[in-house]
Design a binder for this molecule. Structure first.
Ligand SMILES: NC(=O)c1ccc[n+]([C@@H]2O[C@H](COP(=O)([O-])OP(=O)(O)OC[C@H]3O[C@@H](n4cnc5c(N)ncnc54)[C@H](OP(=O)(O)O)[C@@H]3O)[C@@H](O)[C@H]2O)c1
Length: 291
């Protein structure tokens, strides 16, 4: 690893253990290694049962696993940062195991949808510094959007480490935990709204005679280009839309049809419903903890 000694990585000399070794854990490992934030030997990955998966991860990324003859307990105890990356239904059991191995200075970073900082503390220790993060699926290609929230006991250096982790897989913003449902509604579920929109565009293109392959390429490039226009020009989407909408032209005619179907209102309602659903799912997790 080439290390910039004038600007050392906030993760240098840190040991990170991924407790859960699925798609999201792998995306983060790929990101932090690609950005040269950490040596592969300082990363460890654990799962519940799949040796085949650990063999792959060890070979692909050079990370440590229990296959190296080290126990799960040793990997957890020696980590500075423990990333909780199992499904919500598996979190309580995993945290119960983790509790007996934790030291107070270890940072817990959870990517588990709906699991609150209070619940993680309740299941481990009230003094444990905790980060709750909501990444999205585009993190797997380094273009994710993540909202993170921290407990008050997260130190400045832990905050920097946490930002470095999530910036390595895309954009990252720090928000109050009360805004996590909004993050879920916008960027968490958001890729699916865009895919749905793209499906409609592709069907429309096919009905006008384009092949599926041509339509898919045109639609993907159109969505990519529009997103890049917002990012690169820093103009508001509403302003960019006005600029491409000539009076009485084709785009105006199309936007009028979208208006008839209440397109904007439908998207707003979808964002709200996803946020509300995340609160419902979070409440179900809280209930399972208190049972
Ligand atoms: N994927 C996304 O795009 C995305 C986006 C936002 C948030 N998230 C969140 O990220 C979390 C992980 O999602 P994922 O898609 O990566 O899931 P996944 O691919 O199913 O991986 C889950 C991992 O957790 C492991 N696991 C389960 N129980 C365990 C235990 N008691 N001890 C150790 N390991 C355990 C599993 O091991 P085995 O395979 O051996 O059972 C598996 O390696 C979820 O909570 C999800 O809400 C994911």
């Amino acid at each position: 690893m080439s290390e910039d000694i004038t600007n050392p990585s906030p993760l240098s000399n840190q040991r990170i253990c991924f407790y859960g070794a699925g798609a999201m854990a792998e995306a983060i490992v790929r990101g932090i290694l690609k950005q040269n934030l950490i040596e592969a030997g300082n990363i460890s990955m654990l799962n519940r049962s799949s040796e085949e998966r650990l063999t792959f991860l060890q070979k692909e990324y050079g990370v440590q696993t229990i296959l190296n003859g080290i126990t799960q307990e040793q990997l957890l105890v020696h980590a500075d940062i423990i990333v909780l990356a199992m499904k919500p239904k598996d979190a309580v059991t995993a945290l119960e195991v983790l509790k007996s191995h934790l030291r107070e200075e270890q940072l817990i970073v959870s990517v588990i949808a709906g699991l609150s900082i209070a619940s993680i503390k309740q299941l481990t220790s009230e003094k444990q510094p905790v980060v709750r993060a909501m990444p999205n699926t585009s993190s797997t290609i380094g273009l994710g959007a993540t909202g993170v929230s921290c407990s008050p006991d997260v130190t400045d250096s832990q905050l920097e480490a946490m930002k470095a982790i999530f910036q390595s897989i895309g954009y990252c913003t720090v928000v109050e935990e009360t805004l996590q449902p909004a993050i879920t509604g916008v960027s968490g579920s958001g890729p699916a709204y865009v895919y749905r929109f793209m499906e409609g565009m592709i069907s429309g293109a096919q009905s006008l005679g384009l092949s599926y392959v041509e339509a898919k390429q045109l639609v993907a490039q159109t969505v990519l280009g529009a997103a890049e226009m917002v990012q690169i020009t820093n103009e508001d989407p509403a302003e960019l839309r006005r600029k491409v909408t000539s009076p009485n032209g084709t785009t105006e005619a199309a936007l009028n049809v979208l208006g008839e179907f209440q397109f904007a209102e439908a998207i707003q309602a979808a964002v709200k419903r996803s946020a509300d659903r995340s609160v419902e799912l979070g409440a179900a997790i809280e209930r399972s903890i208190s049972q």
